[in-house]
Design a protein around this ligand. Structure first.
Ligand code: FEO
Ligand code: CA
Ligand code: CA
Length: 679
């Protein structure tokens, strides 16, 4: 979630093991599980590494990128404009409120657009996104954009109508807020002048909001635990909320991730174990108080009552006790099919999903999807498909059938990071082992129940509490998986550290990485880079960062297909914030090898290869990443800017003494000569 709405509560009350601080262990190069060697073989042979720059594996495919960053790191900035390297442009594209269908009015800068306008326009607080091309050149395509949450002060003429107790009165205001959440699918085209344009009212343009009906698939489909008066057979849920990170699939669909959804629901009565574990509110009102307009004569089909999940009737057919059970999932959307139904893929677990990223594909092998749970002391998960990857499925025309094939049946695992650079994936299945020597079946009756309380099952299995897992990205050359751990200032003497989260008061965050082992249950890991200010002491600035790459709170993370990794920040550390707004950095990890070809982490000698490429405007968070297929445009999101955008030129500074209604937006970055970005 954004630092703006971050809930500091520790939801994980388990006492999973924390290890002694082992700085030396995590700083040493990890041993890589490559070439079919398992952990035991590795222990005999000792450390061996990837082939060096431009090297090839025995199968002939390159094991390292040959990309060279072709720009100089830019200085930090703190202005109401974005900053890019010399020779680059940045365009404001598809900002909040821009109509995408003919049913919505033009955006008004006084906040007076109504709920129906919002239902037909770009939502608020853009986050994860992905570009799906519609031609070979990549100059025409569909942009899918997450809208994570809202700023009521910007959304309405004079902010929320809530009274001192949080009670709302305007049904249209509440509907507008619900409609500002979710996902937008919008067609965009590159014009001859090098600028992108939104195609107005394209048949493929559409919104998925906090109210859109969606199907449930996987273990919880047709479960009694999802029965509501709206969906008596438990096959549907209404809306997707707090859509943060994203993913996409090899078959051309978009994945949107439900992150901080518990705050939209309240239970003032008897709570369930899973509600307590995930943190559903039990008093006051929900985050925006939508449930407080329930019972209005204008209410349709319990559209507001459903956010109050307090059991009041005799059973689930008489109240909305199960409404929240339809949230907390990875949601699949087929952008290429107009009006297609979104599907919640429950097999991938139910928690605060930050993102969802598939591992390196191999024909005839399962597909792995990675997803982190973003809260303090929460866990990292992976889902391994039962179906084996058939490359022909990449061209399937019934894309959602591919989702059914690869995402509805498989095994969900949670990560235990052990000292010494190895780790174990713990299966969250009925026969999965628990720390006390039993199995999860001792605590759960079915896989449905495990999924519903994924984090509770992971507690029992003995997962490692992490410093807020955010986005994941997979190196297309090495298959190594990178994960941002944004920060955790509550990691103190009482909680202790562990090998994978070794810093007390971790205000700067770090990026961890791992390689899968020979079996689905083993991996090896190390820490790629530690966030820090340049002036940080030796215990803090462990990666030797300087002014030109100091950063804090890594969050968004992506690889492009050339092997360049892009790191985005949602900074919460004053030491870096005093120097720069949130930013995006680039590095080519597979190029960082020692003389023997072993993979290296960022250190004082090589840190110049981590370069600042972009800085956002004041107040914002930089998030979401996608590239056009020819690498000539980067699309990213600017979320919750303070006083921006001033014009369609994202780099044009809002004049001093001028206030604009802030609008989250996509920013399209290009080179002035139209060439490849970054190299
Ligand atoms: Fe919505 Fe964890 O960032
Ligand atoms: Ca995030
Ligand atoms: Ca964040």
């Amino acid at each position: 979630m954004s630092k703006e709405i971050f809930n500091p509560t520790r939801f994980n009350k388990s006492n999973n093991p924390d290890f002694e601080q082992v700085l030396e262990a995590h700083l040493s190069r990890r041993t890589l599980l490559k070439g079919g060697l398992g952990l035991s073989a590795m222990a005999v042979l000792g450390s061996f590494g990837l082939a060096g720059c431009g090297g090839s594996s025995s199968s002939g495919s390159p094991t390292a990128s040959s990309a060279q960053l072709g720009f100089n790191s830019i200085a930090g900035s703190k202005i109401d404009a974005v900053s890019v390297p010399e020779g680059y442009t940045a365009q404001v594209l598809a900002p909040w409120g821009q109509p995408i269908t003919a049913s919505g009015s033009a955006w008004k800068d006084d906040g007076t657009n109504n709920a129906e306008d919002q239902d037909n326009a770009m939502g608020m607080h853009h986050d994860g996104l992905h570009f799906f091309p519609l031609n070979d050149e990549g100059t025409d395509g569909l942009l899918c954009v997450n809208h994570e949450y809202i700023d009521q002060n910007a959304l309405h003429p004079t902010g929320s109508d809530a009274d001192e107790n949080g009670i709302r009165s305007s049904v249209d205001q509440v509907r507008k807020e619900i409609n500002a959440h979710g996902v937008a699918v919008v067609r965009i085209q590159l014009q001859a002048n090098g600028e992108w344009m939104v195609v107005d009212d394209d048949p493929l343009n559409r919104r998925y909001t906090g109210a859109t009906t969606m199907d449930i698939s996987g273990p919880l489909a047709y479960s009694s635990k999802l029965e509501t008066p709206f969906s008596p057979d438990g096959s549907q849920a209404r809306g997707t909320l707090n859509n943060c990170g994203n993913g996409y699939t090899p078959w051309g669909t978009y994945l949107t991730c439900e992150e901080n959804w518990p705050g939209y629901f309240i239970n003032t009565g008897e709570t369930t174990a899973e509600q307590e574990r995930i943190g559903i509110d039990t008093s006051g009102t929900t985050r925006y108080g939508w449930e407080t307009v329930a019972g209005s004569p204008e209410e349709r089909v319990d559209e507001f009552a459903r956010f109050n999940v307090t059991p009041t009737g005799a059973n689930a057919s008489e109240d909305y006790r199960n409404e929240a059970n339809g949230h907390g999932y990875i949601v699949e959307i087929d952008p290429y099919t107009a009006n297609s139904r979104a599907v919640k893929r429950t097999a991938l677990g139910r928690f605060r999903h930050e993102g969802c990223t598939f591992g390196k594909l191999e024909a005839g092998q399962p597909i792995t999807f990675y997803s982190g749970h973003d809260s303090r002391f929460e866990y990292m998960y992976k889902f391994v498909s039962e179906a084996l990857w058939d490359p022909a499925d990449a061209d399937a025309t019934d894309r959602m059938a591919m989702g059914d094939k690869y995402m509805d049946a498989g095994t969900l695992y949670v990560a235990r990071f052990d000292a010494g650079g190895t780790g174990a994936w713990l299966p969250l299945t009925l026969d999965g082992a628990t720390q006390d020597g039993g199995v999860l079946a001792d605590h759960f009756d079915s896989l449905e129940d495990i999924i519903l309380n994924t984090a509770g099952a992971a507690d029992l299995a003995g997962a490692t509490p992490m410093d807020r897992p955010e986005w994941c990205a997979v190196d297309p050359f090495t298959g190594s998986v990178y994960l941002t751990l944004t920060n955790n200032t509550r990691r103190d003497e009482s909680t202790g550290t562990n090998a994978a989260n070794p810093r007390l008061n971790n205000k700067f965050g770090h990026v961890i990485r791992w390689d899968e082992g020979e079996t689905a249950s083993e991996f090896s890991w190390d820490i790629f880079v530690f966030g820090s200010d340049a002036a940080g002491d030796a215990e803090t600035n462990l990666s030797g960062l300087d002014e030109f790459n100091q950063f804090a709170s890594p969050d968004g993370l992506a690889f492009d297909k050339r092997g360049i990794m892009w790191i985005q920040t949602d900074n919460g550390a004053d030491e870096v914030e005093e120097y720069t707004n949130d930013q995006m950095l680039a590095v080519v990890p597979s190029m960082l090898t020692d003389a023997d070809g072993n993979a290296e982490t960022i250190n004082a000698a090589n840190q110049g290869e981590l370069r600042r490429f972009f800085v956002g405007p004041n107040g914002c968070e930089v998030t979401g990443f996608s590239m056009s297929p020819d690498y000539t445009t980067i699309f990213l999101s600017i979320q919750h800017p303070g006083n921006w955008p001033y014009s369609t030129d994202a780099a044009e500074e809002t004049p001093a003494n001028m206030s604009v209604r802030p609008r989250a937006s996509v920013v399209a970055i290009r080179k002035t000569d139209g060439g490849e970005i970054g190299v």
